[in-house]
Write a protein that binds this ligand. Sequence first.
Ligand code: FAD
Ligand code: NAI
Length: 454
Amino acid sequence: MSYDLIVIGGGPAGYLAAERAGQAKLKTLVIEKRALGGVCLNEGCIPSKTLLHSAKIYDYARFSEKYGVKSEKVSFDHATVLKRKNKIVRMLVSGIKSKLKKNEVDVLEGEAEIQGRDENGINVSVDGNVYSGTNLLIATGSLPAIPPIPGLKEGLESGFVLTNREILDIEEIPEKLVIIGGGVIGLEMASYFNSAGSKVTVIEMLDHVGGYIDADISNILLKNYQKAGITFHLNSRVTGIEDSKVIYQVDGETVSVETDKVLISTGRKPVVNGLGLETIGVEVQNGAIIVDGSGRTNVPNVYAAGDVNGRSMLAHTAYREAEVVVNTILGDVDEVNYDAIPNVIYTNPEVASVGHTEQSAKEAGIDVDSITISMRYSGRYMAENEGGDGICKILLNKETQTIVGVHMIGSYTSEIIYGAGILVDTKMKLEDIKKLVFPHPTVCEVIREGFFEF
Ligand code: FAD
Ligand code: NAI
């Protein structure tokens, strides 16, 4: 069977590319070996956010007295939370199926392997059948990176150590949970399990949490979570896992912590092995497929989008990359602007940012003015966040007078940040930005207030 486009992988990059290609009347096949929706829908973005929302409601109820609301006998039912999570996932996955059907995309269940190229195009086999495509999109996503820590493999086999996949389906809240890695997954899961009643310990080898987020914001988040009862061991590298403990090194000393379960969240690695990339000569560097800004690999008509190209392992990046690939196949000139991709950590308070940090601007040779203002400038923030300590940091390129970075911690910031992203993306001048009207009272008004500090 011949197609205009064959897509390997039915995650955000794959299913959206297939949908857009179908809309453009390209004859399209998408092949998925596990579950349509990929990591994001089945074991990532959506399950984690569903769980976190329940935790947020629980926390509101438990700590409502300061708002004049007395609640009694509030309890948390993880089994119901899990059931609801599964329902949401099922609904969203079936939504994708119907969208693909509506756009006449063929969907095949099975593991795809590239078999080289001939006069029919690029050949891909699934369960012994071969399909040919004029164009191929590799959208195979990523898997948890498993560092060579002694005992980790055995721990994963025995079920003592979990990855994101297992923890999002765990049936009992562990009494004690150790999380290896204080990055995005680590923080979001620490947030949920702490609210749900676990005694959570996060072990992070860097001196801060949250990876590349702004240093001041990372500090605020850390303090909020320490106050909420989570224990953090920073500058601590995990060196071993045994029966019921995690061993780590800090300041040259070896120490250990007892636990019931362990979550490993030390990053993710693109899925490139066993795909048959060598049969068509697709280049891989540092474990990721090399692509240009339009998703082209080094091989004509072969593209890679989403986590597999390792550029920005986020679902919304995957969406945009997928659309850029389809536009490129259709002959349009299109590129992803990687400088304006929002990042969100769905903790409580939420962290959201777009563009440069002070550090990355310096490294890029951009001379910036930076202002930091308290979220308390917003009346709505004050009304809704008793004792809140959120901030908003804005970076202005001194030379061009355009916004190159916005970093926020506080309520609704995940919903606000796209607006800041538009300013970074379109390079609107400060004098024009100042003329924009923001609704009142809202938390996003803090950004507007910030513009007048320059
Ligand atoms: P994937 O979603 O990984 O999909 C790839 C698909 O390809 C998989 O379904 C896989 O089965 C399939 N596949 C692989 N090899 C083959 C083969 N040979 N044949 C057939 N099929 C194959 N991002 C956000 O933006 N926001 C969030 O809130 C967020 N939360 C997350 C929470 C967690 C716990 C995790 C783990 C990730 C989260 N992410 C989040 C990241 C997000 O899930 C990924 O960036 C996104 O799923 C990438 O999409 P993708 O299509 O590239 O890959
Ligand atoms: P991450 O890269 O965010 O964090 C991993 C952390 O583990 C780092 O801080 C690192 O220093 C630490 N680490 C590594 N080895 C260690 C060791 N031996 N001991 C102690 N600490 C160690 O990776 P994470 O959290 O696994 O997430 C993977 C990706 O998934 C993210 O980068 C992101 O792209 C995506 N994601 C996005 C979310 C969102 O957008 N809200 C939510 C969850 C995941």
